[in-house]
Design a protein around this ligand. Structure first.
Ligand SMILES: [Zn+2]
Length: 319
């Protein structure tokens, strides 16, 4: 058993990493631009577009859950527009962002990447009804005179994670790559494709936008947030290359004798520690939770392994 961590165990959270206060029901809903809104519980984010023909909802994190309905009702009532959710868009298949999709049933059109549909059919979670409208590369969603551009640019955090661009709202939604003001959690935000994850921020920046709905945590992100995230990842990549070259594996394998896996552990732990330590020091006070060391060390381990296995070489070629 481990003892629960307290805030006192770590550096103070930079005020800039925090978002607006939540209401008594535990959510905040705010305008992104015009009729595009975002909702947060302080950790997760969703978005919705109100139109003359109904509401388009983007993601349904179960942690926000029923408060999505309250937020939609609050905004549509204030603006005198229909409150019915007619369209639901999955950013990707993960349950922590879509597990409350079942709350919006009836005559709703669900839209997602074709891989989202395949994975949801595979996983069979009643909380996440499969999208019946799917696409491979691009899809233009037009509802009530509004336009949203959905695009898939390859795997990153998940195989099916899409870019949701609101060209008439100066906004982009891309979930689970950048956490506004915070470091990624374990293993690059639990990402499956390391090279794809590392390249995603540049693709996001290629779109024109001012407001970035990134899925976490309590505030929207800016282009500067994406740049700081990119610098953090680039520093980990550079430190990993340096450490891979600098740490001599031989002594770890000699020490481990016939337990080859103990030798692997000794070597790779030494590389990871050497690479991560300066990054943790540099970003503490800049990115919230940078000093929760396991996040940066596991992210460093994942990047360092990807440098070997994806980019190569994985090691010397036997003569
Ligand atoms: Zn995810």
């Amino acid at each position: 058993m481990t003892t629960p961590s307290t805030a006192a165990d770590y550096a103070p959270i930079p005020r800039s990493a925090l978002g607006p206060a939540l209401n008594d029901q535990g959510y905040y809903v705010g305008r992104v631009e015009r009729n595009l809104y975002w909702v947060t519980d302080g950790v997760y984010q969703a978005a919705f577009l109100t139109t003359a023909d109904g509401v388009v909802l983007f993601d349904a994190p179960p942690s926000i859950g029923g408060n999505l309905r309250r937020a939609v009702d609050e905004i549509t009532a204030a603006n005198g527009v229909p409150s019915t959710v007619t369209h639901f868009v999955y950013s990707h298949h993960h349950a922590d962002h879509g597990g409350a999709a079942f709350l919006f049933d009836g005559d709703v059109t669900r839209i997602g990447h074709e891989e989202t549909r395949r994975l949801l059919l595979r996983d069979g979670d009643a909380g996440r009804p499969v999208p019946e409208v799917t696409f491979a590369d691009r899809y233009t969603l037009e509802v009530g005179g509004e336009r949203v551009e959905l695009a898939w640019h390859g795997p990153n955090h998940s195989p099916d994670n899409i870019y949701i661009h609101f060209p008439d709202h100066d906004a982009l939604m891309l979930i689970d790559v950048v956490n506004a003001g915070w470091v990624p959690i374990y293993n690059l935000n639990l990402s499956e494709d390391v090279i794809g994850y590392m390249g995603a921020p540049a693709i996001a920046l290629d779109y024109p936008w001012t407001h970035f709905i990134c899925g976490h945590l309590g505030r929207l992100a800016t282009r500067d947030d994406v740049a700081v995230h990119q610098a953090y990842i680039a520093d980990i990549e550079a430190a990993s290359r340096e450490a891979l070259a600098a740490v001599d594996p031989v002594r770890y394998y000699v020490a481990a004798g016939e337990n080859f896996w103990a030798g692997v552990k000794g070597h790779l732990d030494a590389v990871t520690e050497r690479a991560a330590a300066p990054v943790i020091a540099k970003y503490t006070g800049i990115l919230a939770a940078a000093d929760v060391e396991v996040f940066t060390t596991t992210t460093t381990f994942a990047i360092m392994q990807s440098l070997r296995l994806d980019r190569g070489p994985s090691g010397p070629v036997h003569p």
